[in-house]
Design a binder for this molecule. Structure first.
Ligand SMILES: Cc1cc2nc3c(=O)[nH]c(=O)nc-3n(C[C@H](O)[C@H](O)[C@H](O)COP(=O)(O)O)c2cc1C
Length: 192
């Protein structure tokens, strides 16, 4: 057995970097292409490709934030200017965000949960691909992944929903590790 040491070391230490610490430079178009190709290389029972990706970068980040603020104001008329400004800035910290849309293809061969898991795998694999290309990333959802109007505004169509937003940029800090589960508490051996 030949150990792939760089992959092992990556998997043993990988850690998301918070959105506020993802800065310019973001991926070049060529690097983004690589990230997308690697990110979409996920298990997908039945090859239904039950996901789509939406890229939010450059000036579109500000426009998306303004549209989010409008929806937030409709949802919560009491939202003050500071709250609205937070919404306007949702996509500003990182130079580039990839929205992952779960796009189910109803078929008995692959129940919906399997298709959604495949979409989740895309989210995580996009993070890994970003790290492989020298960037850092964070997979988050936030309220607009659960709000119908916001999801539609960001590109989801009927029957689809966002399962994550993968923010990508150059890390400006090295985060401390977070607590990881103690294996003994989550792993057991089936003995019949
Ligand atoms: C589906 C999903 C949604 C998440 N949404 C948020 C979120 O909205 N806000 C947040 O601060 N973290 C969110 N997180 C957690 C961040 O991704 C967090 O940084 C991550 O769990 C760090 O773990 P890691 O260092 O092992 O990658 C979410 C995680 C997952 C899996």
């Amino acid at each position: 057995m030949t150990i792939n040491a760089s992959l092992r070391d990556y998997l043993r230490t990988r850690r998301s970097v918070g959105i506020g610490f993802l800065k310019d430079p973001g991926p070049t178009p060529e690097a983004l292409q690589e990230i997308l190709l690697m990110g979409c290389r996920v298990p997908d029972h039945g090859k239904f490709v039950p996901w789509r990706l939406v890229i939010i970068s450059g000036d579109a980040r500000q426009r998306a934030g303004e549209r989010l603020a409008e929806i937030a104001r409709r949802n919560r008329p009491d939202l003050d200017e500071a709250g609205l400004e937070l919404e306007r800035r949702q996509f500003l910290p990182a130079p580039l965000t990839i929205g992952v849309i779960f796009s189910p293809k109803p078929n008995p061969k692959a129940p919906e949960i399997e298709q959604m898991l495949s979409a989740g795998a895309v989210c995580f694999n996009l993070c890994n691909a970003a790290f492989a290309m020298g960037f850092a990333a964070s997979w988050v959802t936030r309220w607009f992944a659960f709000d119908a109007a916001a999801q539609q505004m960001l590109g989801a169509r009927g029957g689809e929903r966002f399962v994550g937003f993968v923010h990508i940029g150059t890390p400006t800090m090295v985060p401390e590790d977070r607590d990881r589960p103690v294996l003994e508490t989550i792993v057991s051996t089936w003995e019949g």
